[in-house]
Design a protein around this ligand. Structure first.
Ligand code: SF4
Length: 67
């Protein structure tokens, strides 16, 4: 998911982001995140996982990124 966010948000390559997300097993992508009230994912290298997932969800919701 972090790579999909990078492609979409940093490179503006929505096609590659969609391809990356499509390759994620069902139940292990944004579909899984929809079941969490708050994101509990943490990264020991301080990657802001929750923020990036929230941003990715916004990009999808805006229709820019079709998954
Ligand atoms: S903890 Fe975060 S990354 Fe994990 S499924 Fe929930 S929202 Fe998604």
């Amino acid at each position: 998911m972090m790579r999909a966010h990078m492609y979409a948000a940093q490179y503006g390559n929505h096609a590659l982001a969609a391809e990356t997300m499509a390759a994620i097993e069902v139940g292990r992508g944004l579909d899984a995140c929809g079941q969490c009230d708050t994101c509990k994912a943490s990264c020991r290298h301080s990657v802001q996982i929750s923020n990036k997932l929230g941003h990715l969800r916004q990009i999808v919701a805006s229709g820019e990124l079709r998954v």
